[in-house]
Design a protein around this ligand. Sequence first.
Ligand code: ADP
Ligand code: ASP
Ligand code: MG
Length: 475
Amino acid sequence: MAMRIVMKFGGTAINSADKVIHVANLIKSEKEKGNNDIVGVISAMRGMTDGILSMSEDIKRGDKASIGGFLKNMREVHLNIIEQAVKDVKIKNEARHVVTTLLEELDDILGGIVLLAEITPKSLDYLLSFGERLSTPIVSFVLRDIGLACQYLTGKEAGILTDSNFGEARPLMDTTKLRLIHKIEPLLKRNIVPIITGFIGADQNGNTTTIGRGGSDYTATIISAGINADEVWLWSDVDGLMTADPRIVKDAAVIKEVSFAEAMEMALFGAKYMHPRALVPVIDTKIPVRIRNTFNVQNEGTFISQNLPKASQKIVKSISAIRHTALIDVGGGGGMVGAPGTAARIFDALARNRVNIMMISQSPSESSISMVVRKNDLDRATTTLDLNLLGKVVKQVNVNDDVAVIAVVGSGMRGIKGVAATVFNAVAKRNVNVIMIAQGSSELNLAFVVNDTDCEQAVRALHDEFDLAKGGSKK
Ligand code: ADP
Ligand code: ASP
Ligand code: MG
């Protein structure tokens, strides 16, 4: 039976000519298999988004040489892939033209911004959009070169409308759905494969927005909800969601099935760099997601869906870690004890200054509150606390600026006694000091904070303890 599948390809899947050709063949064969409707969503080439972000620091410093160096590299990477991956001369010239025009536009904009030595969230989003705007047409030209009818679109052209919260914009789903149907359905009817930039949309004034790091996964699920796809496939460079980050645990195993709730929990705590909200559009519409390896097509990958068979409900499924975060400990020297509204004042001040708090814990004695924030929010957080609350309800602010949050995730943990004891015994045996603990009331996860230097050891200890390695089944 013909299926409608939205396929997203991550930056790791397209960062060389061979890989782009491989991806194009994969799209073509899935399209031709049973005459499926396919929509492609493409990320920036690996390293481009990070590169643009670090270039934004060069802009603030007015460092023209570094900016020039990055632009040169960007040009080489993209033009080389066209050179090697597109055979037809006419298509090759067209591809070169599209890419060089975009690079000239980028060059012009940078020339202006660097003079101001200032970069706003709005202009940063515009700069970031070049990563996907360069990679996506290349995939589309290579597809044409191998004989598949396709059309390249930016997220904005496809109809993704967002609010104006640059850097972390949220889709306005109702209008987005209408626009997507209007734009995408006619292409699919004519058997044309839409190839769409991940990560970017536009606000109501037409300004380019980005929807958060790892956002191409999110783009794919937004589109699939809009056009009522049967499945979303996120093609990556790993065989699926794994029991731990394979770079930390060598014998990490692929998890065959997870529920939306578990996968969301894993994403929140850093497993695969999936956007934490990426599953929201498909949870509402119950569209299953597969995570698959572009370079190991035989493998079925991980299947993420609403309900799992009993056999898949293990107590603990994965150990995730968010590394290099910061811990802030706010103490009241007794003044916070029994003072209603203290926590509200702290969180309110931080929220108004756009500090995202990842984890909170308060001691029962109410004498202190600990929070974990991202490192790039740390300065803003401490300044906010200093300016607004220090010397009043808050007597001291202590910071540990390199911690890791480790999360043990699994829906089978709910109502099972002794999981926490097992976790902390395993960590204690390795002499790892636990700084802070929190458990969500859903009991889907148990999270705790350690010094980042202890992170890998703690993850490995827990992976062993719960026997999650390939073939493991003790617990
Ligand atoms: P993509 O380019 O496909 O979006 P990402 O780099 O965003 O890929 O995410 C894939 C990477 O996530 C893998 O290469 C792997 O190193 C890392 N990763 C971390 N934790 C996990 C996990 N639990 N399961 C799978 N991958 C993980
Ligand atoms: N290019 C963006 C990023 O690196 C989006 C993505 O890859 O999903 O965050
Ligand atoms: Mg990603």
